[in-house]
Design a binder for this molecule. Structure first.
Ligand SMILES: Nc1ncnc2c1ncn2[C@@H]1O[C@H](COP(=O)(O)OP(=O)(O)OP(=O)(O)O)[C@@H](O)[C@H]1O
Ligand SMILES: [Mg+2]
Length: 246
């Protein structure tokens, strides 16, 4: 069987990456190669350095030592609200579609994305007129618009209620099937990581190192209660420290 060149290119690679903010050491000796169209989830204790790791991958933070290589166009969904407050829902999403030159095609894609996030009737609303969950859905639509090769997402579903979260996961899987990309998803949701990722990186407490990598070979879409998902969740849970109530 011939191996395509695309599958040999590593879209993202970190080699011995460490990062400190002043005296605060956040990342320590992280080496990581993410394969073309691989879906990697990153989990770890709060404040351990997950968002920082994502910023190093996107290029928004430079490591203190070590090297980062990146092949392809990156789109990032940050944990904090990244919408333009002076632009409407439609305008915010359209920014992601600005490279689609054909007018009709752009309109078609816009309608499809509005459908996905179910915000009909709110097209002309500004971010401050939306709830936190609605804003998160707009961010997701904007990130999925266009065709960047690499999608980096920092807890994109965290403000959504459980059922919306389940639906958005399903939609994400469907969209990735249609328009495959390389994905890194930071999440504190073990169930989400188990249902979506090919590989889950469990980070240690700060300074974050890779504590364990868990590979999930089962094809997507995955049912929440299927063995591979339950088993992965069990393995991740065994790796994360759960503080006992005091
Ligand atoms: N720009 C910055 N300047 C100084 N310190 C920072 C900066 N960004 C992050 N930190 C520190 O780095 C550490 C890791 O922060 P980070 O946001 O990466 O954690 P996280 O794992 O994403 O946390 P959470 O689960 O709460 O989102 C924290 O101690 C934080 O205070
Ligand atoms: Mg974070």
């Amino acid at each position: 069987m011939s191996v395509s060149i695309a599958s040999q290119v590593k879209p993202l690679e970190l080699l011995d990456v460490s990062l400190s903010f002043g005296v605060v050491e956040v990342l320590r000796d992280i080496s990581l190669a993410i394969a073309h169209r691989e879906f990697v989830a990153v989990v770890g204790p709060s404040g351990c350095g997950k968002s920082t790791l994502l910023k190093v991958l996107s290029g928004d933070e430079a490591p203190s030592t070590g090297t980062v290589t990146r092949q392809g166009q990156v789109r990032t969904v940050y944990q904090q609200d990244g919408l333009f407050p002076w632009r409407t829902v439609t305008e915010n999403i359209s920014l992601g579609l600005r490279f689609v030159t054909d007018d009709q095609e752009r309109q078609r894609q816009l309608a499809e994305l509005l459908d996905l996030i179910r915000l009909h009737g709110f097209e002309n609303h500004y971010p401050h007129q939306l709830s936190g969950g609605m804003r998160q859905r707009v961010e997701l639509a904007r990130a999925l618009a266009g065709d960047s090769d690499i999608l980096l997402m920092d807890e994109p579903f965290s403000a959504l209620d459980y059922l919306t979260r389940l639906r958005m996961r399903g939609e994400l899987v469907r969209l990735l099937e249609e328009r495959p990309r390389t994905v890194v998803l930071v999440t504190h949701d073990i169930e989400e990581a188990s249902q979506l990722a090919d590989r889950v990186l469990v980070l240690t407490d700060r300074p974050a190192r890779i504590r364990r990598e868990i590979t999930i070979a089962s094809p997507r879409p995955r049912d929440l209660i299927e063995n591979a998902v339950v088993e992965a969740a069990r393995r991740i849970l065994a790796e994360v420290d759960i503080e006992s109530p005091r």
